[in-house]
Design a protein around this ligand. Sequence first.
Ligand code: UN1
Length: 510
Amino acid sequence: MQQDTVNIMAKLGVKGFATENGMLVNSPIDGSNIAQVALASAQQTDVAMDAATVAFLQWRQVPAPERGHLIRLFGDKLRQHKMALGRLITIESGKLIQEGLGEVQEMIDICDFAVGLSRQLYGLVIASERPGHKMVESWHPIGPVGVISAFNFPAAVWAWNAVLALVCGNSVIWKPSEKTPLTALACQSVLSMAIQECNSVPRQLSQVLIGRATLGEQLVKDARMKVISATGSCDMGRKVAPVVAARFGRAILELGGNNALIVCASANLEMALDAVVFGVVGTAGQRCTSTRRLFVHTDVYPAFVSRIRQAFAAVTVGDPLAEQTLVGPLIDSAAYEVMQQALIDARKSGAVVTGGQRLDQGCAAAFYVRPALAEMPEAVKNIITETFAPLLYVFQFDDLNTAIAQNNAVPQGLSSAIFTTDLRQAELFTSAVGSDCGIANINIGTSGAEIGGAFGGEKETGGGRESGSDAWKGYMRRSTSTLNYSNCLPLAQGVSFSINEAMGPDALSC
Ligand code: UN1
């Protein structure tokens, strides 16, 4: 695994990563050590923030379409290096090779989106209430953007933030998860290849700082970082949000999900089965969009739940680099412990649990598990915590309104889905009285969102929006200008304030 990693890093032009005495990086595939990386000191972080400020002051003057040109080149480089980067993502995060490649594709997609955006950073022209006046809204670069990302999407989530931030005229500092620093160094190296082919790109436009939580705290506290985009647990967000707010910075938070899928009696059950299985076992249940809760209509419950049980028992668990594998390893032993505790708790509450056992793959330091199904007893109506593992809690319902209420009765609000062929049920689910999540899908699972939509969720998910739609506005400042092309100075709201009378014959009239 180590040699494979060294080869990929060399191919992607990453230098100086295998330092001695650095932080150990392990692959969840076999638990082996694949590299060591140096940690950035507090002083280096401080210097980086100054450099990001200098880069911003220069970059904001570069026309947006020219900034888009850099991102177009970056997208080209990603296409060129997709296989190597995808493999590295798999080696470092343990997700399936298909998902590693999919993650690079997601980066390419957001690059394409950002290139188009670079010619569409539109403001509005607004009707003024005053004659001879107009109002315009302009969007301007805001400043250095700090991106704090998680291990489960070690590249794409940074790309969502970074390429939008760059096209919007900002510099970026990235603090990746300490579990996946190599992917970050590789992404930065690929971006550097694009930067080298461009004129007028300031040095230090994009920087990566490898470090632990204290490094993140330093970025979060610092007023030089105008935007902090943080992906991680609700607990992490609870720490980040007040610190950014206290200095009047802007936070874009993408935190936990506790995503539910509702299967109605009219659903296409084949499609629903595929969606549930991918939603639960994809990325070994470690996506923030993973399906965690399932509400099945009583009429189809026994048949559908038994199909899921069979599918969970049948899916191939193992080496994520092997094409036939459908479930890779958990990230580490801590993730395994948390899953096991959740299974103990489920059993205690009366659930019928199948799966969840550790599978021996011949490496003591790697954690492969069979996906688990917890059929909840009548008395337990919901599960309010997110367990980052392939574990599905199943509940039965008779009335869709009750299922929707249960979908919403959790602190998190990221993703949700309904399977139905009844238009009225689909519309109800996506209506004002339907799912309260940022994502509400119909006949699509809870995970695997496209980059074109705004990504994020409500309540303890943090309220941030990243990726498509108008999420770019989160990386810019808005300026409203009222322009007077008349010869008078009327005040808004009809307020009269005339100095003519006071000045008498000396007054100039318009
Ligand atoms: C995440 O888990 O933090 O919708 C992001 C999805 C992916 C992104 C997940 N496109 O599942």
